[in-house]
Structures are given as structure tokens and as C-alpha cells.
Design a protein around this ligand. Structure first.
Ligand SMILES: Nc1ncnc2c1ncn2[C@@H]1O[C@H](COP(=O)(O)OP(=O)(O)O)[C@@H](O)[C@H]1O
Ligand SMILES: [Mg+2]
Length: 373
């Protein structure tokens, strides 16, 4: 009787998955913050298989990791697709200090001046969105360009470098403080899946920052060094308006950066946009092109394009900079800069304009440049 029972037990075991199959499947589960699979991050600490029942031990970087639920769901969903798995349990533990420090060191590349994404040798392209003055839609362009690149299958992160006018956290609806582990800062993931980092997330909504330029520069340099950027295809940098200090810092720290100039049709915006573009060129950034925002309004009755602001700002800026217009974005009355009301809906005419801008930028040849500064 006992033997018979054991044999049935054995058979049931054989029906379950192999440990290798489970481990392979777990390679498809990524740590949401780090963006790499939990097996290669050494977070999987034990797999127990009992027939169709699988228990997985996962070591988190910190005990209070807010991402437990998501990891549990991702592990469960993925393992249920493995043949023979009927039930999944996830047990959480915490890494030892030494393990965590090793992991963070491997992510940050140890002691360095700047994160690898910003270095010349990395594949990541850095696109700085610049304008001569505020209010022309620089942040709107930055987040919508990022969204369009993501739609096209690119990996993208946003760096909100507009310290005094930080608006990306509000626009993307993610005001929480970033997770910081052993000196490594993790980008924040917005509800739409766009990842970004902004000084706005450190100081809290409604607080004004009254830093002098050297402090702002230091804070930015720190974000470019201490944030875990990984190596996405693009980092879109929302620059402060004008031709100031920060632009020089960015140009100096990231010689491979490219610039996208935003203007509206009006002459005053265009005049200062030309200055911002010239300054980018002087700092040896490559000019990707010009975006004319708030170009026209579409008549709701007949679809006719009304050039409300008159002016030919985009053309003028492109001509004076020897560059070209990559896109014209219409005025949309319900673009309020509030969460969910600044990202244009996929398929809408402004979103399609951004898809084209994203396609033009993606297809540009990346220039290997020599640092002159
Ligand atoms: N194409 C557009 N149609 C309507 N409103 C827009 C458009 N682009 C920007 N806006 C609005 O104009 C304001 C300024 O835009 P923003 O992107 O914050 O400019 P900047 O970053 O240059 O200061 C925001 O309220 C934004 O929602
Ligand atoms: Mg802005």
C-alpha cells in the first residue's frame, strides 16, 4: 500500500515542471524598477516544486519594497504559462546588506562622473528639448515625444532638467518621491509607463526652489550621475527655458547630446528660440530640428486650419538655424498640463504629428563627435 502511494506521488512529481523550466520562465520577469530580469539580478533565491505547485523565494532590495504586489503578479502570471504548473506561491525575503551593495554597485558602475547612458560610448541618444522662453510647450513636447518614441517600440526615460519650472511630475501624474537605495536613485514610473526623474519629486509639490545657478547645476549633475538610467534608446531632457547656465552644463557633461528647438508661431517666441538654438550649436550640440507648437487650430466644423497666432515662427527658426521643421502641433483647447491632459491620445492628429517627429529623430544618423568644449 505504502509503495503504491509513493509511486503515485512520483508520478505526480513528474507531471510538474522542472526547476530549469521554472527558472527559464522567471527570466521573463523583470524587476519593475531596475528593468532587468529577476534571475540575473540574483533575486530568485529558491524554487520548490511539489507536483504542479511551485514556490519561489524572491529576495527584495528593501523590506518595504512597494513593488511586491507587482512582482507577485508577474511571477504568478508567467509561471502559470509553464506546462504542469497549477499553483504559484511567492515568498519574499530581503537581501543582505552585502548583496544589496553588490547589486547597487553593479547598477551604478561604481565610482564615476556620469551614468553610462550619458557617455559617448553608450547607444543611448540624449535629446535636449530647448526653447527661448517658457510657456511655448517645451514640456508638452518633451513628454509627447517620449510617448511617441515609446509607441514606436523604443525605450525612453525623461530627465526634467527645468528645476525651477519642473512640470513633468504633474503632467505625468506621479508626484511621489523616488526610491533611493544605497545612493542609487530609481526613476519614477508614471501611470502611463513613462519613466522619468525630476527635482520636483524631491522637493514636493507646491514648494518653490530658490537655488542659485551653481546649486542647480550640482543637483542636475547628481541626477545625471546617481540615477539608475540603464541604457534606454533615448533620454529626453526637458531643459529650462532660455540660453542659460544649465544648457551649458548639459552640453559640457553630455557632449553627444542633441537639441530639439520648440517655438510657437509668434515672432517674439521665434526670436528667442533662435538664440537658444544658436547657443546649442555653439555648445557643439547637434540640432535635430524645430517643432512649431500651437501652430494652428482645427475648425471643429470643417477641419480648416486656422493660424490663430499668425506668424511663421517655425519656418523662421528653422531657416535661421539652417535646420528644418520636424513637426507642427495644433492648439488643443483641452491641453491643460494636468495629469492625463497633456499626453495626446494615440491616433489623434497631434499624437500623429509626434509619431512623425519621433520617426524622423529615430532615423537620424547618430554623429560621433569630438568634444571641443
Ligand atoms: N498644443 C497645445 N495646445 C494647447 N495647449 C498647449 C499646447 N502645448 C502646450 N499647451 C499648454 O500651454 C502651457 C505651457 O506648456 P508647457 O509645455 O508647460 O510649456 P513650457 O514647458 O515651454 O513652459 C501648458 O498649460 C500646456 O498644457
Ligand atoms: Mg516646462
Amino acid at each position: 500500500m505504502a509503495n503504491l502511494f509513493r509511486r503515485r506521488e512520483d508520478r505526480r512529481r513528474q507531471d510538474g515542471p522542472t526547476e530549469d523550466a521554472v527558472r527559464e520562465a522567471l527570466r521573463d520577469v523583470r524587476d519593475p524598477e531596475i528593468g532587468r530580469d529577476i534571475v540575473s539580478l540574483n533575486m530568485v533565491r529558491g524554487i520548490e516544486i511539489d507536483g504542479g505547485r511551485v514556490r519561489v523565494g524572491v529576495a527584495l532590495t528593501t523590506a518595504g519594497c512597494p513593488l511586491k504586489h507587482r512582482i507577485t503578479k508577474d511571477v504568478t502570471d508567467r509561471l502559470k504559462m509553464v506546462e504542469g504548473v497549477s499553483e504559484v506561491d511567492v515568498d519574499f525575503g530581503v537581501m543582505t546588506d552585502a548583496d544589496r551593495q553588490n547589486l547597487m554597485n553593479s547598477l551604478s558602475g561604481g565610482e564615476r562622473e556620469i551614468a553610462s547612458a550619458f557617455r559617448d560610448e553608450s547607444k543611448t541618444r540624449i535629446v535636449a528639448v530647448v526653447s527661448g522662453k517658457g510657456g511655448v510647450g517645451k514640456s508638452t513636447v518633451a513628454v509627447n515625444l517620449a510617448a511617441a518614441l515609446q509607441r514606436a517600440g523604443k525605450t525612453v526615460q525623461i530627465l526634467d532638467a527645468d528645476v525651477h519650472g519642473a512640470s513633468v511630475p504633474v503632467m505625468l501624474g506621479a508626484l511621489q518621491k523616488p526610491n533611493v537605495i544605497d545612493g542609487v536613485i530609481f526613476p519614477i514610473e508614471s501611470p502611463t509607463g513613462l519613466k522619468f526623474i525630476s527635482m520636483g519629486n524631491f522637493v514636493g509639490e507646491g514648494q518653490a526652489i530658490i537655488w542659485r545657478a551653481p546649486i542647480v547645476n550640482k543637483a542636475l549633475a547628481q541626477l545625471m550621475r546617481d540615477v539608475y538610467w540603464g541604457e534606454p534608446d533615448f533620454v529626453i531632457v526637458d531643459m529650462p527655458p532660455g540660453t542659460g547656465d544649465v544648457a551649458l552644463t548639459v552640453a559640457q557633461m553630455i557632449p553627444k547630446a542633441e537639441a530639439l528647438v520648440v517655438t510657437t508661431p509668434q515672432a517674439d517666441a521665434a526670436r528667442v528660440a533662435v538664440k537658444a538654438g544658436k547657443m546649442a550649436v555653439q555648445a557643439h550640440l547637434k540640432l535635430d530640428g524645430v517643432v512649431e507648437n500651437m501652430s494652428y487650430a482645427e475648425c471643429p466644423e470643417c477641419g480648416h486650419e486656422m493660424r490663430i497666432f499668425g506668424g511663421d515662427g517655425g519656418e523662421r527658426v528653422a531657416a535661421e538655424l539652417g535646420s528644418r521643421i520636424l513637426g507642427r502641433i495644433p492648439i488643443l483647447p483641452d491641453t491643460t498640463g494636468e495629469p492625463g491632459r497633456c499626453l495626446f491620445e494615440e491616433g489623434s492628429s497631434p499624437a500623429r504629428a509626434f509619431d512623425e517627429i519621433a520617426a524622423s529623430i529615430s532615423s537620424m544618423k547618430v554623429r560621433k563627435r569630438i568634444q571641443v568644449l
